[in-house]
Design a protein around this ligand. Structure first.
Ligand code: GUN
Ligand code: ZN
Length: 438
């Protein structure tokens, strides 16, 4: 149960705007000894501990993290919960990786017990890594979505997820039909979309595994249901793009395949977006769609290098979010993910300042989901989903921190470059302690 009132004390960091560059102190608010007051899961007050402690009712519990840097809970905008036993699979690029590992494992989710055990493991692992909201692919089996949302609902986390729709180019055990994919999705929407903090994402896996009829059905769902999300994969791997060209000879390009069925829009998330043509960038921009940067996955599967500058700073800017893409991705940690993002951008002669990375993991990803009024910042009215980070979590981090004299940029850069689950001291969901490092 959620406590009526409690408070969490420590160094508070929350963004108010997108950082213009390193050292942009106007983009965030830092309170050295701050207090977050929580009532019924929501933040009611934020400020100096010295001021706020006096106003608290007698006996209010205060969790004090004197060495902790408290930020909003981290947000992962693309991850596959049925791939916790696919992560770290050797030696294949996308299409072979899917057939050899992923489609084999995902068939096991026909078993409700398997789905439930994996949902439990998955959410434990997210919280251990400081991630409190994620946008999640289940499998083609409706039961996998029920298992996932039931576990999320039990924990009070805000999650977005959907049943994968796949009616061709997959093993028979992983295929639905345009009709069953539509009807089962609609059923799940009825059960879960807007139930507590759960929301639904219509999830055609990608153009290769859906017929035109199925993409049409996915478009109908997006049009018919208020507030649903849409997630899929786009332009990840060169052989994938060639295959799509062969399957949809009339489409102008890969993005056009989705565009024709009404799948672009401000609640649409497109994983990867690596090898886009200029016209695709223009359509993603016009439609306010989100391109999801998945650096550990793009490196591990050998897909290519995301071009952040081209997408976000061009004449037609595209909204961009950051994600792990486990199990193509190799880490559940958004800190690790930001570190690999930095390296990907370095290879393209670009950069990712630590402030920009932390903004992306919190407020930026929240805005990309249209959830800025619920999560992503530490401000009154938002849910008290918080993570307590420890910049000295390992000997290497503590040693490196000795040279940093109160410089927040540098500290955040050490946290993202050397940090991972070990740097997560505690995670709060609606003000309730959901994980604490031993
Ligand atoms: N494209 C279609 N399905 C997948 C998937 O499961 N992972 C990744 N990385 N790309 C995909
Ligand atoms: Zn993916």
């Amino acid at each position: 149960a959620i406590q009526a009132i409690k408070a969490i004390r420590g160094r508070l960091l929350s963004f108010v705007a997108e950082p213009a560059g390193p050292g942009d102190t106007s983009s965030y608010r830092l309170i050295e000894d701050g207090l977050v007051v929580v009532r019924d899961g929501r933040i009611t007050e934020v400020g100096e501990a010295a001021d706020l402690l006096r106003g608290l009712p007698e006996g209010t519990p205060v969790d004090h993290h004197p060495n902790g840097l408290i930020t909003p809970g981290l947000i992962d905008t693309h991850i596959h919960f049925p791939q916790t036993q696919v992560i770290a699979s050797y030696g294949a690029q996308l299409l072979e990786w899917l057939n050899k590992y992923t489609f084999v494992e995902e068939q096991r989710f026909a078993d409700a017990g398997h789905a439930e055990r994996n949902a439990t493991f998955f959410l434990d692992e997210l919280l251990r890594n400081g991630t409190t909201t994620a946008v999640v692919y289940a499998t083609v089996h409706p039961g996998s979505v029920d298992a996932f949302f039931a576990e999320s609902e039990r924990r009070g986390t805000a999650m977005i997820a959907g049943k994968v729709m796949m009616d061709r180019n997959a093993p028979p055990g992983l295929r639905d039909t345009p009709r069953s994919g539509h009807d089962e999705s609609l059923d799940l929407i009825g059960r879960w979309h807007g139930k507590g903090r759960q929301r639904y994402a219509v999830t055609p896996r990608f153009a290769i595994t859906s017929t035109e009829e199925q993409l049409e059905a996915a478009g109908a769902l997006v049009r018919e249901v208020e507030g649903v999300y849409m997630q899929t994969h786009l332009s990840e791997n060169l052989r994938e793009i060639e295959t799509v060209r062969g399957l949809f000879p009339d489409a102008r390009h890969y993005t056009d395949v989705y565009d024709r069925y009404g799948l672009l829009g401000e609640r649409s998330l497109f994983g990867h977006c690596i090898h886009l043509e200029e016209d695709e960038v223009r359509r993603l921009s016009e439609s306010r769609s989100v391109a999801v940067f998945c650096p550990t996955s793009n490196l591990f599967i050998g897909s290519g290098l995301f071009d952040l500058d081209r997408l976000s700073r061009g004449a037609a800017p595209v909204r961009v979010s950051l994600a792990t893409d486990v199990g193509g991705g190799t880490s559940y940690s958004m800190l690790r993910t930001a570190a690999e993002g930095y390296k990907v951008l370095q290879l393209g002669g670009q950069n990712l300042p630590a402030l920009a990375a932390f903004h992306m993991m919190t407020r930026g990803n929240a805005l990309s989901l249209g959830m800025g009024d619920e999560i992503g910042v530490i401000e009154p009215g938002r849910f008290a989903d918080l993570v307590v980070l420890d910049s000295r979590a390992t000997p290497a981090m503590a040693h490196r921190m000795e040279t940093i004299d109160g410089d927040l940029d540098e500290e955040l850069f050490v946290l993202m470059t050397l940090g991972d689950d070990r740097a997560v001291a505690a995670t709060y969901v609606q003000g309730r302690l959901a994980w604490e490092r031993g």
